[in-house]
Design a binder for this molecule. Sequence first.
Ligand SMILES: [Zn+2]
Length: 263
Amino acid sequence: MNIYDDFYRGMDPNEWEFFAVDFLKTAGYTILDLPTIGPDGGKDLKVEYEGKKYIVSCKHFIRSGKTVNLSNEENILDRVVQHEVDGFIGFYSTQISNGLKERFDKLNSNPKYNYTFEYLDKYLISQYIPCMNFQTLQKFGICNGLTYVLNVPKNDYKPLNCLFCGKKDILNPLNINSSIVTVYNYNNEYHYAYGCKSCIPISIFPWADIAQVLHLECLMDWNDEVDFIKNEYKISEDFYKYESIFNNRILQRIYPSNLGTWI
Ligand SMILES: [Zn+2]
C-alpha cells in the first residue's frame, strides 16, 4: 500500500499520461511531443533531458493492480530506433515484472546499443510527488473533495479571529481566501496583525495571503520577512504576542508536505 494509491486510482489512463507530462516537467525534462489520445494508444510522449531524447511509455494499471510485463511493452528497442531517440522511459502506476526488468537490464548492458532503458514505477514516482506543485496535483485530484486539512481533533481546534473585527475566524474554510497576515507600520513602529482583507487598511505592507501560508514553505518565507522587519525596525509591544498566536494556530491547518509544494 502506498499513500498515493488513491490519488493514482482516481486518474484514468489519459489523465495518467498528462500527469506524466507534468511530472517530467517538474523533474526538469523538456516535453517535445505531447501524447495524443486515441483508442490505439496514440503516439508516445517524447521528452528531452540533458541533450538526450526519450520516448515515454505510460501504463496505468493501478485499478487492476497488475504489474507491467513483457507483453505490455513489446519491441521497446524497435520503438527507440524508429523514433530516433536515445532512450526509453516507462512511466507506470504499478510495479514492473521481473521479466521486463531483466529485459531493461539486458538492453542497457548490451554493448551493441547505446540506448538507455529506464522506468519509473509507482514507488519511485511517489518519492518525487512532494516536489510537485500543489496546484498541479490538485488538477489530478489530490485532496479530492478536501479543500483544507485540520491537523487537530475538532474539539481542540482554536479559532484565529480577525484582530480588527474580532468576529471572523480567518482559519474557517469560508474565510481563508479573504484573509491575510501582515506586519505594518503605524506610529513609527511595526505591528503584527491578521484578519479579513476587508477589515485591514489597504496600504499595509508586507502581507501574505492565508491560503498561501498554509503551505509550509510559504509560511517559512513569510516568517523570514517578519524576522527581517523585527531586526531592522522598532516593533510594537504586542508584536510577539500576536506573532506567536498566529504561528501556533496556523499549524492547525497547514498542509502536510507530502501534498506538494506551492511554487
Ligand atoms: Zn475582520
